[in-house]
Design a protein around this ligand. Structure first.
Ligand code: NAD
Ligand code: ZN
Length: 351
């Protein structure tokens, strides 16, 4: 799949066992210096496969502790220190081997080092394969909030070795499927229908179905990013389910609900709100809920979470302007739009 962005265009390569076939990715690395960033769970599983293909390069590895709470400036400094230790020049490459945490952090470090060096995404979670590795959003968290520091920095290439999904825990895998459903819901009714047909195959992780879901998702995201790289318009639609989702993630406490699980519930809420506001039908909402359920994703707000607290969190969303809550509403399968919503409408749907 190609991401067409003028002289920053790049290719997403998807296949089995790519890590062990350096001939299929080495051309993405231009200079002599390579810094691999990975995490403590992924390193023992896949680092050796990658390193075998790095002979001939001067390379070093930074392994950050696994988990969202390590997506920090402190860990980014470790990456800078390693780049300095390597004597990395402007033609150095950072390779991110891991999930979205590693990809966001390594990409941010690459965006900053000498004001921007190459980086290559090698995503190993479904979420990272279908979403975070594509599109060039990079960043880290602050105690004050998620992804508050960041930069747009497109990768030079995205290498998706689908074999790495073999070790991904079921819950993480299903969370990634929520983002796959999102693409069908907002921009591709035919794909949504295909997901309804293939739901069982996807739950069983049948390789052909999984590969197809990844390719179509990447293509959806690539096309949207190509039309609106800096999120001045259409790209905001990728936040379908995310205004509610981020609020749920924050309120439930990080680690309680996975991002994709919160997005599944968030999409259900956004669809219900849309139906409530007359923008989509209840039949569409039912279709969405039943697909999410078949993919074994949650669709209801945990009962200990209060609507008022959720609305408070939604006020802090980055997408808001001038204090108004902007949410992506559903206009039925395959279509969405951004609308300002009033507290009253949110409250009635949440209640
Ligand atoms: P993650 O990187 O924390 O990975 C989830 C867990 O799976 C981690 O414990 C990781 O060590 C482990 N893991 C990774 N690959 C594995 C494998 N193959 N086998 C076994 N275990 C494996 O989380 P994630 O869900 O991949 O990504 C979430 C992050 O992505 C969040 O920080 C979010 O903000 C970010 N994100 C960014 C964008 C973007 O556009 N940049 C989009 C969506 C999400
Ligand atoms: Zn998401």
């Amino acid at each position: 799949v190609d991401v067409v962005l003028g002289d920053r265009s790049y290719r997403i390569r998807i296949g089995r066992d790519l890590l062990r076939q350096p001939a299929r990715w080495r051309d993405a690395v231009r200079g002599r210096h390579v810094l691999v960033v990975t995490d403590s769970t992924v390193a023992p599983l896949y680092l050796a496969r990658l390193e075998d293909g790095l002979d001939g390069f001067d390379h070093a590895v930074v392994t950050i502790p696994a988990g969202e709470r390590h997506k920090t400036l402190a860990q980014t400094e470790q990456v800078f220190a390693a780049l300095a230790g390597l004597g990395a020049s402007r033609d150095a490459t950072v390779i991110a081997l891991g999930g979205g945490v590693v990809g966001d952090l390594a990409g941010f470090a690459a965006a900053c080092w000498m004001r921007g060096i190459d980086f290559v995404q090698m995503p190993t979670t479904l979420l990272a394969m279908v979403d975070s590795s594509v599109g060039g959003k990079t960043g880290v968290n602050l105690p004050a909030g998620k992804n508050l520091i960041g930069a747009f920095h497109q990768p030079r290439s995205v290498i998706i070795d689908t074999d790495t999904l073999d070790t991904l825990p079921a819950r993480e895998y299903r969370a990634g499927l929520a983002e796959v459903v999102k693409y069908g819901a907002i921009s591709d009714a035919a794909f949504f229908g295909w997901l309804e047909q293939q739901a069982d195959a996807l739950v069983r992780r049948e390789p052909a179905a999984v590969a197809e879901a990844i390719a179509v998702s990447c293509k959806s995201k690539a096309d949207i990013v190509a039309r609106d790289e800096r999120e001045e318009g259409e790209r905001a639609l990728l936040n379908f389910g995310h205004t509610f989702g981020h609020a749920l993630e924050t309120e439930a406490g990080y680690g309680t609900l996975l991002h994709g699980e919160a997005v599944a519930i968030g999409m259900t809420l956004a669809a219900s709100l849309s139906a409530h506001m007359g923008k989509s039908s209840h039949t569409d909402t039912d279709r969405l809920i039943s697909l999410l359920k078949r993919l074994e994703l949650p669709t209801v707000v945990p009962h200990d979470i209060s609507p008022a607290r959720l609305i408070q969190h939604m006020r802090l969303d980055k997408k808001n302007l001038s204090g108004k809550i902007r949410a992506v509403l559903w206009h039925g399968v395959g279509r969405a739009g951004v609308t300002i919503v009033e507290d009253e409408q949110l409250r009635s749907v949440l209640e």
